[in-house]
Write a protein that binds this ligand. Structure first.
Ligand code: NAP
Length: 307
């Protein structure tokens, strides 16, 4: 029986682990299917306070993990596949094995969204990617399309210019959602161009087993064009990893867990931190901050039954 189980090992889970460990709660952290979370898929992080020269996302995560281990947090690889929250102790199934806990912190984050085309799934890893840091290297001197208009799309596009000959950002509107600073960087990069008001109709060519081009629909004129490309990076945002909590915890219409009074969920003793409950900010530092709050809330709950 654990005092606290923490699901997820991104900045929210690791900060919760640090605070819970320092409160002598001996937390068990379940890594999740993307150990370390989204920061492990990124390069330079320039907006995490305390690092004036920036630092690499995977290095930041490795340091946070080490820091929590120093105070006694235990880590377990694997994924929570089911939870029972109707009475305490809560039961968490981790790849077939059941663990029990008196308080649960959910920090399972969010995962990359896809366009939903069958060709996209079939060609994933064969020219289609959701992670420039992971796959950019394979596209030396090639032509790439990045889909999306947010900060992620700009970051991916800028990073990919290190390898690619040309990067086209394809966006469904004629205005970017990305922050001003990221827009400016992308606009002034000579290797990046923009295709506005457009969406991908089909990725070619499933029969060849690799990306050779795309069929693009212009959303104003409905005109369809084909363009040869070697790679497609999908950067259209994320959806929360909350499937196993459906029907057990209150959520909003797209599945973000609803929290109140800090990190409390609709079930006393269950707390949520980071991107899994945050549609608005979704930053490493806000995730870390809410992980700290979740550990303090869990500690108070265990001490006083406060919820
Ligand atoms: P986002 O801000 O939600 O942007 C998603 C983009 O994809 C939007 O431009 C959206 O178009 C487009 N899109 C969504 N669904 C689509 C679909 N089905 N087909 C085509 N296009 C679609 O997501 P994000 O860029 O991943 O950023 C998430 C959060 O992380 C933000 O808060 C961001 O500031 C932060 N972030 C920050 C940095 C940084 O500071 N360097 C880097 C990465 C992420 P519309 O604009 O039309 O909705």
């Amino acid at each position: 029986m654990h005092d606290v189980i923490i699901l997820g090992s991104g900045p929210a889970g690791l900060t919760a682990a640090l605070y819970a460990a320092r409160a002598h709660l001996k937390p068990l952290v379940v890594d999740g299917h993307e150990a370390g979370g989204q920061l492990t898929l990124t390069t330079m992080v320039e907006n995490y306070p305390g690092f004036p020269d920036g630092l690499m996302g995977p290095d930041l995560i490795a340091s946070m993990r080490k820091q929590s281990e120093r105070f006694g947090a235990a880590f377990r690889p694997g994924n929570a596949t089911a939870v029972a929250l109707s009475r305490r102790p809560f039961r968490v199934t981790i790849d077939g094995a059941v663990e029990e806990c008196r308080a649960l912190i959910i920090a399972t984050g969010a995962s990359a969204k896809l366009l939903g085309l069958p060709s996209e799934r079939k060609l994933m890893g064969h020219g289609v990617s959701t992670c420039a840091t992971c796959d950019g290297f394979f596209f030396q001197d090639q032509e790439i399309i990045v889909v999306g208009g947010g900060d992620s799309a700009m970051e991916e596009a800028i990073f990919l210019t290190k390898f690619a000959r040309r990067v086209s950002v394809l966006h469904r509107r004629d205005k970017l959602r990305a922050s001003k600073i990221m827009q400016e960087r992308a606009f002034k990069n000579p290797k990046i161009d923009f295709t506005w008001d457009s969406t991908i109709e089909e990725i070619l060519d499933v029969r060849e087993g690799k990306v050779t081009g795309v069929r693009i629909r212009h959303l104003q004129t409905s005109e369809i064009t084909e363009r040869p490309v070697d790679g497609i990076f999908i950067a259209i945002g994320h959806s929360p990893n909350t499937q196993i909590f459906r029907g057990l915890l209150e959520m909003d219409e797209v599945g973000y867990i609803t929290t109140h009074d800090g990190t409390k969920t609709s079930v006393p003793g269950v707390f949520a931190a980071g991107d899994v409950q945050d549609r608005a900010y979704r930053q490493a530092v806000t995730a870390a901050g809410s992980g700290c709050m979740a550990a303090i809330d869990a500690e108070r709950f265990l001490e006083h039954g406060a919820h």
